[in-house]
Design a protein around this ligand. Structure first.
Ligand code: BGC
Length: 343
């Protein structure tokens, strides 16, 4: 079968290749579409990713939407499904309790990223316990479940941290308006918060349609917007990440989601760190991946968002191309790109 493969560590090695058919126990899933994100681009640039044991190439793709091929394991032929990305290391407390997103060893595997082939291929055999049902009403928007699960996990953790003491989550700032920033904006608007979203473009209709306020970063002093209870960094800029601590108000929580792999030093004002953060009980934390409960929340909230903002949700994926046009998808800026494998 055809698959999008890459040789981790080797820049420019990504190609469409013939790979052996899917075998083994589990649910046979025909892949419809996979989303492309910054992690796929990094792997393709040779900066990240590990091939499965004893193999030199890795099948890419971790934002999956597929359809079940035959009845069984509680699924019916034709059911729409997605699947989790990270799988248990099998020897830590967090993984044994069903939270590989909080793995304590780093020995986990991740579909399409670390030691486990991904979903950018025609057929996959998947463990039924790792599948997540996509409601018919969501249809092709189900391809957004994975990035949404990342946002759900971040917001669940932010709330857990904030709720360690009496706290009111009212004003949120989202930095970055890529898929994760925009989906975070939509989730926070669904929860009824006052949301400000900042990015580089002069304007952003998807953001403003959700009822959030859009801030064009060049020329804006973020500190002039007033303090926030929650700041989500989804721009992947280490300096912006350090700045988030200074944008919080009392008991505020800053969550880092974007990744910035550059070797660099960033500046942090001494009084922000050593005075305000302490006297105002502020927290800065990072979040990766998602637990099953976040996937279920993601699917439910995406469907609620679709009901409330149907036209906007349809615009989330701004480029859909077949597998062999993966270079266009990887080069695409200004919205989510997906690879269509089957109609
Ligand atoms: C994926 C996560 C994964 C992380 C680190 C992200 O792009 O969405 O599921 O845990 O990369 O590999």
């Amino acid at each position: 079968m055809r698959a999008l493969v890459t040789q981790p560590g080797v820049t420019g090695s990504t190609r469409v290749a013939d790979v052996p058919d899917a075998t083994g126990d589990g649910v046979l899933v025909r892949m419809l579409e996979v989303g492309v994100c910054g992690t796929d681009r990094e792997i393709s640039h040779g900066l990240f990713g590990v091939a499965p044991e004893n193999e030199s190439e890795l099948v890419l793709g971790h934002e999956a939407l597929g359809t079940v091929e035959r009845d069984g394991h509680g699924f019916t032929r034709g059911d729409l499904v997605t699947a989790t990305v990270r799988r248990s290391c099998r020897h830590c407390l967090a993984c044994s309790e069903g939270f590989p997103d909080s793995c304590l060893t780093g020995d986990y595997v991740e579909r399409g990223i670390t030691r486990l082939n991904g979903f950018a291929c025609e057929l996959v055999v998947e463990d039924p316990a790792q599948l997540v049902a996509i409601p018919r009403s969501l249809g092709r928007l189900g391809v957004l479940a994975e990035p949404t699960s990342i946002c759900e996990r971040a917001l669940r953790h932010a709330r857990a941290i904030g709720n360690r003491h009496p706290w009111e989550l009212q004003r949120a700032l989202v930095l970055g308006a890529g898929a994760v920033g925009t989906l975070s904006t939509y989730l926070l608007r669904l929860a009824g918060l006052e949301v400000w979203t900042a990015s580089l473009e002069p304007s952003n209709d998807l953001v403003t349609a959700s009822g959030a306020r859009y801030v064009s970063l060049p020329g804006t002093q973020l500190s002039e917007l007033g303090g926030f209870d929650l700041v989500v960094e989804a721009a992947g800029d280490a300096q912006l990440m350090a700045d988030t601590l200074g944008l919080l108000r009392r008991s505020g929580v800053a969550c880092l989601l974007g990744i910035d792999p550059l070797e660099q030093r960033v500046e942090l004002d001494g009084r922000t760190l050593a005075l305000d953060a302490i006297l105002e009980n502020r927290v800065l934390f990072g979040s990766v991946n998602a637990a099953r409960e976040d996937w279920l929340a993601a699917v439910a909230d995406l469907d609620r968002a679709r009901e409330r903002w149907p036209d906007e949700l349809e615009q989330f994926v701004s480029l859909r191309v077949p597998l062999d046009r993966f270079e266009d998808a990887f080069a695409h800026q200004g919205g989510k790109a997906t690879l269509v494998i089957s109609d």
